[in-house]
Design a protein. Structure first.
Length: 148
């Protein structure tokens, strides 16, 4: 009886000491300063000119943020019947501006995305950027919508 009592007490003390230790905290992520957002106005202007040179494109808005060229085009009338071919041609001509392939090109003819991209372009042109990270997130959201 004495040995079993000692064994039970030993197990109880062992369980108590293991169970009452503080929980290990997961290592916190290294949170430094976010990378600066790169906005390229000159390349955006070149992309607009390249897109405007495609037959059927009436209006273009474009921004270049962190190696992503985002362009929205307006195509009206009977030219909308050839929208797929026009978008591919715009993509091709903008891609020619980057022979190394460092930039990812996004093209849309969606009216809502055109308006959103136009507002961002206006902010950039007027140097009215309050938060670059927020701007980058807005452009990424638009680019995601262009994929779908």
């Amino acid at each position: 009886m004495c040995k079993s009592m000692v064994a039970i007490m030993l197990i109880f003390i062992l369980a108590l000491s293991v169970g009452c230790q503080p929980q290990k905290k997961p290592q916190q992520e290294q949170r430094g300063k976010p990378k600066p957002v790169v906005i390229e106005r000159d390349l955006a202007a070149q992309a607009k000119e390249a897109a405007k040179s495609v037959e059927g494109v009436e209006e273009v808005t474009a921004v270049v943020v962190d190696h992503n060229i985002s362009a929205a085009i307006k195509v009206t009338g009977f030219k909308r019947l050839q929208l797929g071919a026009i978008k591919r041609e715009v993509d091709k001509r903008i891609s020619l501006l980057d022979p190394e392939g460092d930039y990812k090109v996004y093209v849309t003819a969606d009216k809502k995305l055109f308006k959103q991209l136009q507002e961002i372009e206006k902010q950039i042109e007027e140097n009215n950027i309050k938060d670059e990270q927020s701007l980058k997130q807005q452009v990424e959201k638009i680019n995601d919508a262009m994929k779908g």
